[in-house]
Write a protein that binds this ligand. Structure first.
Ligand code: CA
Length: 231
């Protein structure tokens, strides 16, 4: 069972996350301040850390920087408050792996945890023994879910986390058309407050990065009145 440490001073969030970690098959560990958090990192060796930024005493940035400078590479997902837009960027520069803005939906959080663990090859489904790599091939496109890597005709393409997840979802369900609402629910999580336009923007970027040339529908096809599918 993967251990996940949450370092968060707000008891409501800590309890909610802890409860949901448990029901999703993880072993939760809790710390309400940075010093306790760091102690637990070394004592319990969690597989992933959920790290709040605004903490009493040592804040999330300090903790992240301290762990990384000591050579600790435990995956870290930063929890940022909405007003801390800048913190998102900073958080990643401090050596975090991902961030999630408060308030967040439980489904989105679980999806992020899973995605980050997967990137580190720490997914639960296959236990601790890694089998052959999880790859989906769709025409010219090859998507490696273990390495979080996309190749088009053998050339590596850099996608953001969400672009990867969106393309990955379409690839796993190749040939099936999904509406924008369905894609938002499935990729961003049902509680995500975003708009369906988000999907169009991401699709546009993915298409550009995959290299459509003149043919917009070359890889991802627009289905009128419905949404998108991967050819
Ligand atoms: Ca806080």
């Amino acid at each position: 069972m993967k251990k996940i440490l949450i370092i968060e001073d707000e008891p409501n969030i800590r309890e909610l996350v802890t409860y949901n970690l448990k029901t999703n098959g993880y072993e939760p560990l809790e710390a309400e301040d940075g010093i306790t958090g760091i102690t637990l990192v070394y004592k319990e060796k969690p597989d992933l850390i959920l790290l709040d930024i605004m903490l009493p005493g040592k804040d999330g940035y300090d903790i992240c920087r301290e762990l990384r400078s000591e050579g600790n590479n435990t995956p870290i997902i930063m929890l940022t408050a909405k007003s801390e837009e800048v913190d998102k960027v900073l958080g990643l520069e401090f050596g975090a792996d991902d961030y999630i803005s408060k308030p967040f939906g439980v489904r989105e959080l679980m999806a992020r945890i899973k995605a980050v663990l997967r990137r580190y090859g720490l997914t639960e489904e296959e236990g601790d023994v890694k089998k052959s790599e999880d790859t989906v091939i769709a025409g010219d496109i090859s998507i490696n879910f273990d390495r979080h890597e996309v190749l088009v005709c053998g050339e590596k393409v850099e996608l953001t986390m969400k672009e990867f997840e969106l393309l990955g979802f379409l690839a796993r369900n190749r040939g099936i058309a999904f509406s924008r609402d369905e894609l938002l629910d499935r990729v961003w999580g049902i509680d995500y407050p975003g708009e369906t336009r988000t999907i169009d923007v991401h699709i546009r970027y993915i298409r550009k990065k995959l290299g459509n040339g003149a043919d917009e529908d070359k890889y991802i096809k627009t289905i009128r009145g419905k949404g998108y599918k991967l050819k």
